[in-house]
Design a protein around this ligand. Structure first.
Ligand code: ZN
Ligand code: CA
Length: 372
């Protein structure tokens, strides 16, 4: 069945190709050639022009051997976080690490490895299937930039799976939050801090008071909010005129997200007004939420596939977004599957070879289950 040696070799090759987010050209070229060699139809979309990343998203399609069967797709992303250049993978007791000076990049090269191995499997152990597309996104680590611009009319798939979550194999992320970024420009009034402080309005004071008025942190089971940056800078002898605040809010429920963001905006505007200043607030929806249950086909097919492997299914919700958010939001039901990587976005990132080899097997079972 799954060729363990080939899986490891493929993974080691991928993690050694530099692909820090925005700089995806090298890995994109590698993948295009790889999918072509495997006999798939390959395209790269033109979203790089919009995202400013070096590569667009890659869409590779394996033609179905039965056109009457439903079409599904799998997605993984080609970019990594920083520091992700010149990764030197190290294997210790069947687990793969970096040498400790960089991340490993199992996020998400474990997903890409699984896709490539699945294609090998489908050639070596043919089974009936409809068209299967593989979408390798660019810019996932840049707030899902690639999938945000993805044109779903390029896909025939009815539903699909992102291979981009931590957790035990068999874990299905059935829900994930929407996220809004709030940027506020708080304007006070400058004055000489020693001579005429009463003529000034401190933007720092406005911002500080507004922040204390905001619900932040964990709001409820489904909602979180956080201030990421608070910037107001100047000499001590001037009443600070301007502060920029950048914050985020997330919720599994769109109405709760709206309510949370409104509360943050209100705190800023009311405080500014009360103190004689001004707050300009900009809201940017980074990605939508998704919520599925065990009765949805996309969840049901994966659940059956996991059962067929004699593994335990775990349905859970995540606090983070993935390309599954954008794809589901664009109308192609997509859940995120655990691929077993650990400590991602750190130099301690690692993955077990057992997990690397089990994901393509799960995908193979999904392909079989999808035609039933
Ligand atoms: Zn990822
Ligand atoms: Ca990531």
């Amino acid at each position: 069945m799954i060729n363990r040696e080939r899986v490891v070799e493929q993974f080691l090759t991928l993690v050694q190709i530099n692909s820090e987010t925005t700089k995806e050209r090298q890995i994109a070229d590698y993948l295009i050639e790889k999918f072509q060699d495997l006999g798939l139809k390959v395209e790269e979309d033109a979203t790089a022009e919009i995202t400013g990343h070096q590569a667009g998203n890659i869409i590779a399609t394996l033609k179905g051997n039965d056109p009457n069967k439903p079409s599904i797709y799998f997605t993984a992303h080609m970019d990594t976080v920083v520091p992700g250049n010149d990764v030197k993978p190290v294997i210790r007791e069947e687990t793969i690490y970096s040498d400790g000076t960089t991340i490993l990049g199992a996020d998400d090269k474990a997903g890409i490895t699984a896709i490539i191995e699945l294609i090998h499997q489908l050639k070596e152990q043919p089974t009936t299937h409809g068209d299967i597309s593989f979408v390798i996104m660019s810019g996932e680590e840049s707030s899902l930039a690639g999938s945000r611009q993805f044109d779903t009319s390029r896909l025939t798939a009815d539903y699909g799976y992102a291979l981009d979550s931590d957790g035990d194999i068999g874990t299905i992320i059935v829900g994930a939050p929407a996220q809004i970024r709030l940027t506020a420009l708080i304007k006070g009034k400058a004055a000489h801090a020693g001579v005429q402080p009463e003529k000034g309005v401190s933007a720092i004071s406005i911002a500080a008071k507004a922040v204390t008025q905001m619900p932040l942190g964990r709001i409820d089971q489904e909602t979180t909010a956080n201030i990421g940056s608070f910037e107001g800078k100047g000499p001590t002898n001037v009443v600070c005129e301007e502060v920029q605040l950048i914050a985020e809010a997330r919720s599994l429920k769109e109405d709760k997200l709206t309510k949370q963001v409104e509360a943050m905006e209100r705190a800023l505007k009311q405080t500014a007004e009360r103190m004689g200043g001004e707050a300009e607030v900009t809201l940017e929806k980074l990605y939508p939420n998704y919520n599925f249950t065990e009765t949805d086909q996309v969840v049901d097919v994966a659940t059956q596939a996991i059962k067929n492997m004699n593994k335990t299914t775990k349905l859970t919700v995540s606090g983070g977004g993935s390309d599954a958010n954008n794809m589901s939001g664009k109308g192609i039901p997509t859940v995120n599957l655990a691929v077993g990587y650990r400590h991602i976005h750190t130099k301690a990132e690692n993955i077990d070879i057992d997990d690397l080899t089990e994901v393509p097997l799960l995908m193979y079972h999904i392909v079989k289950e999808a035609v039933k």
